[in-house]
Design a binder for this molecule. Structure first.
Ligand code: ATR
Length: 273
């Protein structure tokens, strides 16, 4: 029987998830449909109830509903509890299971496609909103030598640090403190690239041979990536993270880990960096 899935977002027209899941399903020989659904901003729970009633098996969730999804779940994975965010729903007879695959998607892309083992690296995460919170736990699990979270508003970075109080390699910094530090991996998790804001970090934060990773995609070379390239760093946008988080959601539902490289190449050809 055909299994039904959806991506829930507002807006959702831009989402590449239907294309990605259709490609994974073709390769795995799984019969499914995967559609875009745009709940009203105040109607997430009602929309989920409708999908369950119609027999959907699960859904992905994107902006601005990841916290709504977290609240709605009756059961959550440890990483979803840590992130207080859910991007993958599974509808079961007992209720709604929630997982977040964003953080593991980032780690897989950095370690796989970008070829940087995070263990032992000095890592800087810039930003302390939902996107940063969603990836902090999996980054720590990858055993960096240090993980610093720098944010315009220091209190939000400190909130994330407090969540992992047992992690001695984790600290919070103001943006103003960055000239005194260097990192091997610098991740932009702010929404600044979306508004083409000026670069957030000084060029001196990039250690020799560093990788600069912007979690956004489809924006070309953001000011952050331009600055990093001119400072001699290798750069990556977040397209690979998108494909890897989808692969992890696919694994959650189907128990099959799809090959991601062909799908990444296809999307890259449609959306050059
Ligand atoms: P998201 O869910 O995408 O993370 P968010 O929770 O609104 O969105 O968080 C946005 C993040 O981008 C925050 O870290 C924000 O910094 P503040 O906490 O100080 O608001 C950061 N941000 C957005 N625009 C920025 C800018 N122009 N300069 C620096 N930081 C910016």
């Amino acid at each position: 029987m055909t299994q039904r899935f959806a991506i829930l977002g507002h807006p959702v027209a831009h989402s590449k998830s239907p294309q990605i899941h259709a490609a994974f399903a073709r390769a795995a020989g799984i019969d499914l449909t995967y559609e875009r659904v745009e709940p009203p901003l105040d109607g997430f729970a009602v929309t989920v109830a409708r999908l369950r009633a119609e027999g959907f098996r699960g859904a992905n969730v994107t902006l601005p509903f990841k916290v709504d999804a977290f609240r709605l779940c009756t059961q959550r994975t440890r990483r979803a509890e840590q992130a207080e965010s859910v991007n993958t729903l599974e509808f079961t007879a007992q209720g709604i299971e929630g997982d977040t695959t964003d953080g593991i998607g980032l780690v897989r892309d950095v370690e796989g496609r970008c070829g940087r083992k995070i263990a032992g690296l000095r890592v800087l995460l810039v930003g302390a909103g939902g996107a940063a919170r969603g990836v902090a736990g999996p980054l720590l699990d990858a055993a960096p030598a240090r993980l610093a979270i720098a944010n315009r508003t220091l209190a939000r970075a400190l909130d994330i640090v407090q969540l992992y109080s047992e992690a001695s390699q984790l600290s919070a910094l103001t943006l103003g403190e960055l000239p005194q530090h260097q990192f091997d991996l610098v991740i932009n998790a702010t929404s600044a690239s979306l508004s083409d804001a000026l670069p957030l970090v000084p060029p001196s934060v990039f250690a020799s041979g560093a990788l600069a990773y912007d979690m956004v995609y489809g924006k070309g070379q953001t000011p952050f990536l331009q600055l990093a390239a001119s400072a001699g760093a290798q750069t990556s946008d977040g397209l690979g993270m998108l494909v890897e988080q989808a692969a992890e959601a696919f694994h959650h539902w189907h128990g099959v880990r799809p090959e991601t490289a062909p799908v990444f190449r296809l999307l890259r050809s449609e959306s050059p960096a």
